[in-house]
Design a protein around this ligand. Structure first.
Ligand code: TYD
Ligand code: MG
Length: 458
């Protein structure tokens, strides 16, 4: 009966499987990442709970399948509902990833607590019952708000977890975190690629069979991948990424994949002393309270997914103290900053080669879209000349290698957001088609960086 035990080698970086050990993974080319995993076939069968086993699917005509676009489970939280595409689809698996300490546990526990109509089972493999209780008290502001709909289970064995789900029969299951789970059908340590994948597969089967939705929390590795392998992202229905700068209060919830909604949505939260608060008007919060903007500080009209967001862009240009000038960018791609500086030097004749240039986006945000280029350029020039840009002006536009300003998508939404926040003027690329019809704001179209200089600094 030797065939009962199978062994395979799994790459811990990408999930590639090989029948024999190899020094280098043939898929991701990393060294020493293959780890042996032993699988016992008898155990494998035992790993399937009865509710899943008793399910006996038969072919069914599409016309006879009841339309499921109906009820989504409401989650109360507007930001979470937005990124999920309305609410939680019954039987779906949602994976939420993020760096340790970013607030994943907080988000899910508060969702559980704030929805008394949902019986939730919070499976905690990382924190003790007592720790979860303390967090719950903090989230409820130490009030005696009803919490008897929310159950906590500190268990990491999937088979035991299924037994408890059967007993509690919750409306929602939260697993914190998927890296702590282990299944008896696989001889590998918790957190290894094989375990994470196998446990997720078991949870998937269970969720589909019982129609109980599950939210899995997953830590991301230093290179930004959830639980190491991409494999997991392919399995689940929805992948949300929770991100933000730990030194700042703002947190972004971004859908990377959603079988039931758009991935262009964005949820914005503020981490407070009593949990995460929804941010309705992020631009307002980000810009709030300034009565003047010193030189080098300008406002960019950017888009985060489908949401317009006005972000303060700050630059500091000063003479280099050391031989080699320093360049640093926070929230913006450093290579792109260097490119923009080269354009200013070569096309506009600014001598920035011997200057230190520091760039910073306020609020800990990170902007990838090139529409912020124009604001970066204006911040740099403003700081270099030490002339403030008029308070009521903001910017959007991509800057090309010849110093030309290129159109960017959804300009109408950017203009509308700027008008809403009381800006009197916005500089947009010449040739923009979607200018919209917002009144009360001057829309200046600019074609070249040189032109902008005249407009701003006279
Ligand atoms: P946590 O949810 O434990 O992060 P994760 O599960 O992603 O590892 O969040 C921990 C951080 O959040 C910690 O630094 C404390 C902070 N926090 C608050 O600022 N306010 C709160 O109400 C709570 C519960 C946590
Ligand atoms: Mg946690």
């Amino acid at each position: 009966m030797a065939a009962k035990v199978r062994s395979r080698f799994v790459c811990q970086a990408c999930g590639h499987e090989s029948p024999q050990w190899l020094g280098q993974c043939p898929q991701c080319r990393q060294w020493n990442t293959l780890v042996e995993e032993v699988r016992d076939r008898v155990e494998e069968k035992r790993g399937t709970p009865d509710r899943v086993k008793n399910r006996n699917p038969k072919p069914i005509a599409i016309a006879d399948i009841p339309a499921q676009d109906g009820p989504r489970i409401a989650v109360g939280d507007r930001e979470l509902a937005r990124v999920l595409g309305g609410g939680i689809v019954p039987g779906s698996i949602i994976l939420i990833g993020g760096e340790p300490g970013i607030g994943k546990s907080t988000l899910l526990l508060q969702t559980a607590l704030h929805n008394p109509h949902l019986k939730t089972l919070y499976v905690s493999g990382e924190e003790s019952e007592h720790q979860v209780k303390m967090r719950a008290e903090r989230l409820n502001g130490h009030s005696s708000a009803a919490t008897d709909h929310c159950y906590v289970l500190t268990e990491t064995n999937t088979q035991n977890i299924f037994k408890h789900i059967d007993a509690v029969d919750p409306d929602l299951v939260v697993i914190d975190s998927v890296q702590t789970l282990h299944t008896a059908s696989l001889e590998a340590s918790p957190g290894s690629v094989g375990q994470v994948r196998e446990c997720t597969a078991e949870l998937m089967r269970y969720a589909k069979a019982t129609n109980i939705p599950m939210v899995l929390i997953g830590h991301i590795t230093k290179d930004g991948m959830i639980a190491g392998p991409k494999v997991l992202e392919h399995m689940v229905d929805c992948v949300l990424q929770f991100e933000g700068d730990r030194d700042h209060a703002y947190r972004l919830l971004r859908p990377l994949k959603n079988r039931f909604g758009s991935t262009n949505e964005l949820g914005i939260y503020e981490m407070r002393g009593n949990g995460l608060a929804e941010v309705d008007d992020p631009s307002q919060v980000l810009l709030g309270g300034r009565t003047e903007r010193p030189s080098g500080v300008v406002v960019a009209a950017t888009m985060e997914g489908m949401r317009p967001l006005l972000i303060e862009t700050q630059a500091l240009v000063s003479s280099a103290v050391y031989g080699t000038p320093q360049r640093s960018a926070t929230g913006f791609d450093l290579r792109r900053l260097n490119m923009l500086l080269a354009v200013l030097e070569k096309r506009c004749g600014f001598r920035l080669g011997q200057k230190d240039v520091f760039l910073n986006l306020a609020g800990g945000f990170r902007v990838e879209e090139p529409a912020i280029d124009l604001a970066v350029v204006c911040a740099v020039l403003g700081s270099n000349a030490d002339i403030p840009v008029p308070m009521d002006t903001c910017f959007c536009g991509e800057v090309g290698l010849t110093g030309e300003i290129r159109p960017v998508p959804r300009t109408d939404q950017r203009i509308a957001e700027a008008a809403k926040l009381g800006f009197g003027r916005i500089l947009v690329p010449k040739g923009t088609k979607d200018l919209g019809s917002v009144r009360g704001i001057e829309v200046a179209q600019v074609a070249q960086v040189n032109e902008v200089l005249g407009l701003l600094f006279g």
